[in-house]
Design a protein around this ligand. Sequence first.
Ligand SMILES: Nc1ncnc2c1ncn2[C@@H]1O[C@H](COP(=O)(O)OP(=O)(O)OP(=O)(O)O)[C@@H](O)[C@H]1O
Length: 685
Amino acid sequence: MGTEHTTSEHESETTDAETSRRNDPSPDGTDPANAADPASDDPGSDGADAGSNDATSVDAVVESDARESDDAETTGGTGTTGGTKESRSGMMDNDRDHDQSADPGTKASPPETVPSGSNRSEANSSSTGSARTTADAETTDAETTADAETTTDVDADLDTGVDADVDVAVDHSPSRDRSSTDVDLDGVVFQGDADDEDESQGLFDDLLSGEPIFENKEVLRPSYTPHELPHRTDQINRMATILVSALRGDTPSNILIYGKTGTGKTASAKFVSNELESTSKKYDVPCEVEYINCEVTDTQYRVLAQLANKFIQQNQEVIADRIDELETLRSRVEDASPEVENAPPEVENAPPEVENASHEVDDAPLTNTPFDDPDAIDARIEELRDDAETMEEVPMTGWPTDRVYSTFFDAVDYHERVAVIMLDEIDKLVEKSGDDTLYNLSRMNSELDNSRISIMGISNDLKFTDFLDPRVKSSLGEEEIVFPPYDANQLRDILQHRADVAFKPDALTEDVIPLCAAFAAQEHGDARRALDLLRTAGELAERSQAEVIGEEHVRQAQDKIELDRVVEVVRTLPTQSKIVLFSIILLEQNGVHNINTGEVFNIYKRLCEEIDADVLTQRRVTDLISELDMLGIVNAVVVSKGRYGRTKEMSLSVPIDETEAVLLSDSRLGDIENAQPFVQARFDN
Ligand SMILES: Nc1ncnc2c1ncn2[C@@H]1O[C@H](COP(=O)(O)OP(=O)(O)OP(=O)(O)O)[C@@H](O)[C@H]1O
């Protein structure tokens, strides 16, 4: 396999990319918010028109006018976007004056804007069942009806087996189409319920009728990559300082990033990677970042296979570009050639100015190229095609690991480049499959001829390096960057930046952000939790058709998130723990306070017998209670009973009804029809 040194036209690529970004009204070129939001199909304005072409076209004009005005507003926002995107790309070349505050997310939000203003009133007036038609609409419809009504004779073979002449009155008018489709069968008129077929029942209209609170909800989702990361400037600058060597053609040191969950590790690393890649394109320095989430890709085989396939894909693109360039060069050589007989016929017939132009362009196209004659170009094109053909993608299973490794090795070394491999949740990879992958990756540079790799590991487990081979540990941890938890004030800033983009102006009362920040600060300064709270509070407010989000919505959101967490934890408990928890619930339901281990054990035993489960010893049950305590499901304290020794007294820390419902949804516990007798018998043993 030959070695290709890239000469692809990065400058023109960059320009194209920038142009398309400027023209694109969405924050990232693709706006998941708009794509995902069902309201973007403008349900409000369509309802009335279903089934009538005439009506549809009339309304479509009105609607498109309304949309045009919306679009005009949207375009204003687009300018901001382009500016922000462009300014971001200056980070690696020390142009840090970019305006991070102009977040692209501020722009266009078609789904929410459609139902508001003039479109909104049209939506409301036109799509909620028969009583919905407005006076204006009726006038227009009435005018249209007179001309539009036609009658068609249809031979219908009915179920009765009788051929009958059926007169179908087809009414093209909007109003008739909306109200009925009447079938006249030998004088008997069957009234079809056109409302059922052609119109919505207004299910969504009420929900759409309130002012939307969100401007762009996606900005609060975990999948959104923010374009500004307050309170992470130091960490971002440190990463940039280390990685800038990649742009100088040197190998950057490996980096390990630590920090608790939700402290912005992934968001910051991705931000820096995007900057690195866009700057590398700008300066035409081959540098790529490959991201792997090791929670999902957690074996050596899969990590290497995924990397190999990504590099193979990139190599194919590089080869295709190179072949294009060579073919262009080849045709310039042909055009410049005096041997007219070699020229294709259409060139002979071309108008004189075209022929002259092509001769003017280049008299000696091979000067300053490694090729002496056209045959050498052809040979190189052939060689590149062979390379592309021999690059075989790695299947997701089935190959021996050393074959996967060598395929990855060849792929990464195919041309000159610096590759940064970002291993998110790197501790999960080590936990699942040891440190072989990291060992192999960290010693690759000494064997690579054309390329260099650098590893960026991200982990929220500070201790995972304890399990690494000392060589791997020292190589991986060349640079370490710690992400401390956010405090409430920092979370407040983060939320404020996002809220400015996510919500309509004045959608939040002033205590909402501080409260979300305070709740999340209690959860070890987790920005993800803070954003979830804010989004959920907005959704709850929207659901209750409130005009603004208030403190009560944040509290409800906190309860909801907490409950969701509990439900998930309880649902995934092992059966034995579920039986223990169910015993505690039964005791609480019967008014027992300060429940002790003995009481729990007695009921637990009965329940196990009832559902044919193994009965564990009381000591094991005590351990399971401690685990439930650690998960925050029960609150257990050890109390001394004097000469009777010590015991655990416990109470439930989670909502009793919801927890019971989750437990009973387990097929084994759900079989217990009436558990009361077990509780009555709790003192029997
Ligand atoms: N400084 C910040 N500014 C804006 N948003 C932030 C900031 N820090 C974190 N976030 C947001 O918080 C969420 C969690 O961040 P991220 O995924 O980067 O955390 P993490 O430290 O990688 O967490 P984990 O270890 O659980 O993967 C993301 O939605 C991210 O956009």
